[in-house]
Ligand binder design. Structure first.
Ligand code: ADP
Length: 487
């Protein structure tokens, strides 16, 4: 029953009808149950007032019915009149009951409608804020429904009915095979859907979306996918920017590290250069003899070429470390990387009276990684250990670089030193940015090592018993388990 609250015209009508019924009932001698007409008053009251108003009106109508009966039949009892009184009272009571029940049901319905409207508005609001739309897809008719936010993400008017063609039209051409495969999967109703793809908007903007959906079945066994569609452009762009700055930061620290190694590197290059000069002079001497000794001259030239190759190799390695390039993940022999890292720092270690021993396990699986970045990690760990051992007594500073197969089938590498170790309270902060116990430390070496190892799908950790040295370890997955780009 729909209420028209506070309508003065209806209230006036109600009073008029009540008075009219009372007048006819009390002052005419009609042999009919006029008071039954009060049901109209009760019904009218239900349209104007609430529960209490209806009850009051009902009581009033019943009271007026009794009053009219009393005015006419106070002295003479009439059986038929009493019967009509009963019928009227019953009619008024039943009508009031039905009107109240109807009113309660209407109010309940209105409350539910309001709650539904509010929850729809709430859902639309949260969808808009979280940039997440919802959709349903029924196979095999390919019937789709989507929320306003989903339409907005795809850049279509909210009133336009979605179709598979519309989805494909917005998808970036490179990603269309991916989306077609997802649609095929949904058509076959084959398990959960989880797809990341890109959209090309009419203004050229590229959006990144993540689609998640699950199949549901109705009673007839028909499959319908219900899902969420998230616009993840902002987080993908932020991730890309973060990755880019991590790469740049890694490069800057690598160049800084090379600066620290400059003296050793100069020496490393100087040695083959000196050998080139010596062998060049020797070959000239063999050739300038009255009887040139060609065999000796050839041998000296061979040594010269060998030295020049060594110098070139060192320079190439340094250039690779100094070059700023995006990481390239390729299958790698980790032991070879460890040997190269050791080769680059051995002289520096030697000049600090630190001995280095390698224990490289044979037959390790290949790892998937960027050689320059892994070199950076190993050099960083070796240099940290060397710096930690600066206060060691002569001959007591030693480093062990050990590789082994880890329990997950990947490669583990442990770098153990005989330095003072790491204080228990420092251990949890070791890989935090800007944590350093050195007066001139930047505290970025280990955080960068961790980010490099984690982007390789591995992990890095430290163990130490203070006073008994520290062991920095890392584990990398075997190439087959690592990221697909180098599978
Ligand atoms: P930085 O070398 O600039 O201090 P790092 O992030 O490379 O920054 O290292 C952070 C801290 O970790 C160092 O200051 C040092 O206290 C500690 N640390 C790293 N390796 C070792 C080690 N082998 N022995 C003892 N302490 C270490």
């Amino acid at each position: 029953m729909v209420r028209i609250p506070g309508s003065p015209l209806l209230s006036l009508l109600l009073v008029g009808v009540t008075l009219l019924i009372f007048a006819v009932d009390a002052f005419t001698e009609l042999d009919v149950a006029i008071a039954v007409m009060y049901v109209v008053v009760v019904l009218l009251s239900a349209s104007i007032w609430g529960r209490r108003g209806v009850i009051l009106t009902t009581v009033l109508c019943m009271g007026l019915t009794l009053l009219a009966y009393g005015l006419i039949h106070v002295s003479i009892f009439s059986g038929p009149a009493s019967g009509r009184l009963m019928v009227s009272l019953a009619a008024i009571g039943i009508t009031a009951f039905l009107a109240l029940t109807g009113q309660a049901a209407t109010e309940d319905l209105l409350a539910r409608k309001e709650a539904l409207r509010r929850s729809e508005a709430f859902l639309a609001g949260t969808q808009r804020i979280s940039k997440t739309g919802s959709f349903s897809f029924t196979a095999p008719e390919a019937r789709m429904y989507w929320s306003d936010e989903a339409a907005r993400i795809y850049g279509y008017p909210t009133c336009q009915k979605p179709t598979v063609e519309m989805l494909l039209e917005r998808t970036l051409p490179d990603d269309r095979p991916l989306v077609r495969a997802a649609i095929d999967q949904v058509m076959r109703c084959e398990g959960e859907l989880d797809v990341h793809h890109r959209l090309q908007m009419p203004d050229g903007q590229v959006k990144y979306v993540h689609v998640l959906a699950q199949p549901t079945y109705d009673q007839a066994g028909r499959c319908e996918y219900l899902g969420a569609l998230m616009d993840v452009t902002a987080s993908v762009l932020a991730e890309q920017a973060l990755h880019q700055s991590q790469v740049q930061l890694a490069h800057v620290t690598r160049v800084t590290m090379l600066g620290e190694l400059a003296a050793s590197i100069a020496h490393e290059v100087n040695q083959p250069l000196a050998a080139i000069a010596t062998n060049g002079e020797a070959s000239l001497r063999w050739l300038n003899r009255p009887q040139p000794n060609l065999d000796e001259a050839c041998a000296a030239i061979g040594s010269l070429l060998e030295a020049s190759r060594r110098a070139t190799e060192v320079i190439q390695r340094i250039r690779a470390l100094a070059r700023r390039s995006d990481p390239h993940h390729l299958p790698l022999d980790f032991n070879a990387v460890a040997e190269e890292a050791a080769g680059l720092v051995r002289r520096e270690l030697g000049s600090h009276s630190v001995s280095l021993r390698l224990e490289l396990a044979p037959g390790l699986p290949q790892v998937c990684g960027d050689k320059v970045q892994l070199l950076q990690v190993l050099i960083n760990l070796l240099m940290n250990a060397m710096q930690a051992m600066q206060g060691c007594a002569p001959g007591e500073a030693s480093l062990l670089l050990r590789t082994a197969q880890d329990d997950k089938g990947g490669v583990a590498c442990h770098i153990a030193d005989t330095g003072p170790g790491i204080a228990v309270e420092d251990l949890p902060h070791l890989f935090e940015a800007f944590f350093s116990t050195k007066a001139d430390g930047m505290g970025m070496g280990l955080p960068i090592c961790r980010s490099i190892i984690e982007t390789h799908g591995g992990r890095i950790w430290a163990r130490s018993t203070p006073g008994q040295g520290a062991t920095l370890s890392l584990a990398l997955p075997a190439a087959a388990d690592a990221m697909t780009e180098c599978a």
